[in-house]
Design a protein around this ligand. Structure first.
Ligand code: HEC
Ligand code: HEC
Length: 221
């Protein structure tokens, strides 16, 4: 081969390499796993996939995640990272539920991310408190905790209006009281093991305190 050709070819490749690493650096924040596709998430949420035994989520969690059944959580407006975490936890032993665990095991990671992105983009459906008699107690616990039991204020993490903080603390405001009571009870008993902070917080709460705070939370917006 012509010796004079080498340096030319080499410097050409060096130049291309240098250029492509600049391009890569510029793209770096967007690199990594494929971006979630909310349209695909909506299709699976709404229609399920009969061939794979995936029940349509909408049948229990309602249109756009606005569940009207008090034991099925509202999912609209919930943070994508939290939804993805829960579906992953249902696949393992940390969150066991006879309905959701078998169903979550049928979903791929991409499908969970797509559904999570779809639900995150939906409006959160407001709820309402039902029990005037416990509203003051519920509000006190939510905003100030229970000092004598070292229960911290819920507002500190879930924010004063219950909207939570994306990627850290779930939205709980407006949620059905029956569902919230069930989850606090599950954290307390250890049935739900995927939120160690919540296990510590719920462990000394009485049934009445749980009911009161859950009812107050249902009316938060
Ligand atoms: C037959 C009814 C039913 C169907 C169908 C169903 N779910 Fe659920 N889902 C529930 C119930 C009940 C719970 C509460 C489980 C618990 O207490 O741990 C739940 C909980 C969840 C949670 C946890 C919410 C939270 O706030 O922590 C997510 C996320 C979820 N479902 C997503 C889905 C998705 C996605 C689908 C469709 C692939 C689906 N669900 C289909 C009944 C259902
Ligand atoms: C130190 C922060 C912190 C405080 C304070 C806190 N939480 Fe939480 N909470 C969390 C985290 C983190 C999760 C998510 C756990 C997981 O990943 O499953 C959570 C989850 C929950 C859930 C489950 C939501 C769902 O959709 O299933 C409920 C209900 C809840 N918290 C209620 C409360 C109440 C009521 C209080 C006050 C008595 C409270 N939390 C105080 C951090 C906190």
């Amino acid at each position: 081969m012509n010796r004079a050709f080498f340096p030319v070819v080499t410097s050409f490749f060096v130049a291309v390499l240098a250029l492509s690493s600049v391009a890569y650096a510029a793209d770096a924040p967007k690199a990594g796993p494929a971006k979630a596709d909310p349209a695909k998430g909506e299709a699976l949420y709404t229609n399920g996939d009969a061939a794979r035994n995936i029940t349509a989520c909408v049948s229990c969690h309602g249109a756009a995640g606005a569940s009207t059944i008090s034991t099925n959580p509202k999912l609209g407006g919930q943070h994508a990272a939290y939804i993805h975490k829960q579906l992953t936890n249902f696949q393992g032993a940390d969150r066991n539920n006879p309905i959701m665990s078998p169903l979550a095991k049928l979903l791929t990671d991409d499908e969970m991310k797509n559904i999570a992105a779809y639900l995150d983009a939906q409006a959160a459906k407001p709820g309402a408190a039902r029990n005037k008699d416990t509203l003051d107690l519920g509000k006190k616990i939510y905003r100030g905790g229970i000092a004598e039991k070292s229960v911290p204020a819920c507002a500190g993490c879930h924010s004063p209006n219950g909207a939570g903080i994306p990627a850290q603390f779930p939205r709980i405001g407006g949620q059905h009281q029956d569902y919230t009571v069930a989850e606090l009870t599950n954290f307390r008993s250890g049935v739900r093991k995927n939120g160690p902070m919540m296990t510590t917080i719920a462990k000394d709460m009485s049934d009445d305190e749980i009911k009161a705070v859950a009812d107050y939370i249902a009316g938060l917006k």
